[in-house]
Design a protein. Sequence first.
Length: 262
Amino acid sequence: MTLREKIFEIIEPSSENKLSSYVDIFIMTLIILTVVEVILESFHSFRASYAGLFDLFETFSVTVFTLEYVLRLLTADLKYKSKNYGISALKFSFSFFGLIDFLAILPFYLPLFFALDLRFIRLLRLIRLFRILKLIRYNSSLLLVLQVLKEKRPELGITLFITFILMLLSSTLMYFVENASQPEAFPNILASFWWAIATLTTVGYGDVYPITGMGKLIASFVAILGIGIVALPTGILSSAFYETIQRKNEKEKCPHCGEELH
């Protein structure tokens, strides 16, 4: 086994390799601690008292995440099989996990190369929260969620498209019905989208609502449709979870005796 293959075996989540398991636990702990750090930094008293400690921990965590990213990039062809290493590296760089790994370290390096105003630096600190998504790679339950979402992309896409059409139609109708009575609440179709989103998702903040009889009638139908809109993706995902878990359980059973394998 070459050095690159050994490195790949260590950095890839694996229950068979003890060293890989320790690395997984270390990375997961570091991710959680960095998210806690971002939250604590939002308290001015903590930031003023422990600024040096926060900066030191941020430098350490980014160094670890950068090393992990570089090692994954160097071993990309072992995960994304290709005759050309450059293609494998691009596949990793633009993969879901590759982008998350990149976003995890980006906020630290950007200010070193570009002059950024304070508002943008604060935004970069928020982007550090994307590191929590790195946990998906190391958690089988989160991987299951990602697998289900991937399998049901077409169905969820159709649901989102139908939702958009309904929002467009309802906001257009409400604009034409309510604009004359309350132009400040429904000044145009795009502004009416806020009402459509709040109503279709059954949130109903109540800051924008119809006052005409026809407007109330349309709002009633839209509110009822909203219940179905929320239930539709829920049904799709719940059935997909059940099917995926069933397949997983069948794979773990002994093909001869039917008992679970340990």
